[in-house]
Design a protein around this ligand. Structure first.
Ligand code: PAP
Length: 332
């Protein structure tokens, strides 16, 4: 069977027509937001999302990292990459050639909706060159994933984060995006926050995004591993072992004795990645500088930016939407 089905010219045109007929809202991105299958997408990225949805063919051995933006994607990409390919790329400190030292995690683990975006008219990306097991990423919600991901035995690792820290991280990220690509009129944190609380932000509403994967992880635990950024911070080594086991590459006793887990944790730490030249200067995804993915990486940083009344509003939303399903976050 062909790796990808070829879209026709009509397919492209149909996507454009479909998008132009959907509800639109202002967003931080200059192209604005479009409501598609109950989630808000950056209008600029939506054609790639739809093309990915229609044409991607998952393999049983694939591993997919999923998140809502600013939930720990970059970190999880680096940990999963290092663990999955450790036989090929020795993660020990002595290995000065490890790919993570020379490439941003987003250049090593591609967002599929970005891969499907911006292809020459009528074409889809050729993913046949990626050796098994392939490691990819996406921000697309569970119900909107390509059918082949649901049907195959590929694995999904989802990471989520306390929404209070997510909105603050997102606010800082937006401020760094090229002015030409940023929408005007988003100068106030209050307005930005208000939209986030209404669920009107990229891949929002956050509660539906989280709950889609939360429920799937309970119904199909062999398929979806659900992680929280806060837990990863508290016990990175323990969660790295869970991730590896889930991917089918558990650490052997000998590896544990030799400190392989700790080596990976150290290499993927915020302080290590942030100091690398490649992450200070690169641009793995157009519009975004690689350095914008590395800020403070703290749990509870929101207290420095969100007023008590704003925090109360968001906590109430979490209480109403997430808590009934048993999804809670430690909040300081
Ligand atoms: P993305 O979805 O656009 O890829 P993502 O990586 O999910 O972004 O989120 C960036 C956040 O993860 C930043 O959080 P902050 O703004 O609160 O600081 C960033 O600092 C944090 N981060 C990036 N790399 C790491 C890491 N290695 N360890 C811990 N946190 C990290």
């Amino acid at each position: 069977m062909a790796e990808n089905s070829e879209p026709s010219y009509d397919d492209q045109q149909e996507i454009e027509e479909l998008i132009s007929s959907l509800p639109k809202r202002k967003g931080w991105h200059s192209s604005g937001l479009t409501l598609y299958q109950n989630f808000w997408y950056s209008s600029k990225f939506l054609p790639g999302v739809i093309s990915f949805q229609r044409h991607f063919l998952a393999r049983d051995s694939d591993v997919l990292i999923v998140s809502k933006p600013k939930s720990g994607t970059t970190w999880l990409k680096s940990l999963a990459f290092s663990a999955l390919y450790r036989a090929q790329f020795n993660p020990s400190e002595a290995n000065a050639n490890h790919p993570l030292l020379y490439s941003n995690p987003h250049a090593l683990v591609h967002f599929l909706e970005q891969k499907y975006r911006g292809q020459p008219a009528g074409q889809v990306p050729d993913l046949t060159g990626f050796a098994n097991p392939r490691l990819f990423a996406t921000h697309v919600p569970y119900d909107s994933l390509p059918e082949s991901i649901h049907r195959s035995h590929c694995k999904v690792i989802y990471i989520c984060r306390n929404p209070l820290d997510v909105v603050v991280s997102l606010w800082h990220f937006v401020a760094q995006v090229d002015a030409g690509d940023r929408a005007g009129g988003w100068s106030s944190m209050e307005e930005f926050f208000d939209n986030f609380c209404q669920g009107i932000d990229g891949y929002g509403p956050f509660w539906d995004h989280m709950l889609g994967y939360w429920k799937a992880s309970q119904e199909r635990p062999e398929k979806v591993l659900f992680l929280k950024y806060e837990d990863l911070k508290e016990d990175t080594a323990g969660n790295l072992k869970r991730i590896s086991e889930f991917m089918g590459v558990p650490f052997s006793e000998e590896e544990e004795r030799n400190g392989v887990v700790e080596e990976i944790v150290k290499m993927c730490s915020l302080s290590s990645l942030k100091e690398l030249e490649v992450n200070k200067t690169g641009r793995s995804i157009s519009s975004f500088e690689d350095k914008s993915y590395f800020r403070k990486g703290e749990v509870g940083d929101w207290v420095n930016y969100i007023s008590p009344s704003m925090a109360e509003r968001l906590k109430n939303i979490m209480e109403e939407t997430l808590s009934p399903f048993g999804l809670t976050f430690r909040i300081n």
